[in-house]
Write a protein of this length. Structure first.
Length: 73
């Protein structure tokens, strides 16, 4: 899958932050999901379903545009 600048992605947190959804404290070194388009950070629990929906939609778009082959994954 081709990655674009504003695609959400999992990251390792470099500074203490809070989850944008549940306001849980996220400590430095933990994993989280980052959405660059709006600058929000989500814990693994809150961001998992949204991130998976994004991956599914991106894969569907690649198949629709004949860029990716789902049988080769």
């Amino acid at each position: 899958m081709k990655n674009y600048f504003n695609d959400p992605r999992p990251i390792t947190i470099r500074y203490q932050a809070n989850c944008a959804e549940c306001n849980a404290k996220l400590k430095k070194g933990l994993s989280a999901y980052y959405w660059p388009s709006d600058g929000k950070l989500y814990c693994l629990t809150c961001g998992e379903s949204e991130y998976r929906q994004f991956l599914s939609a991106a894969a569907d778009e690649e198949v629709y545009n004949i860029i990716g082959n789902p049988l080769s994954w």
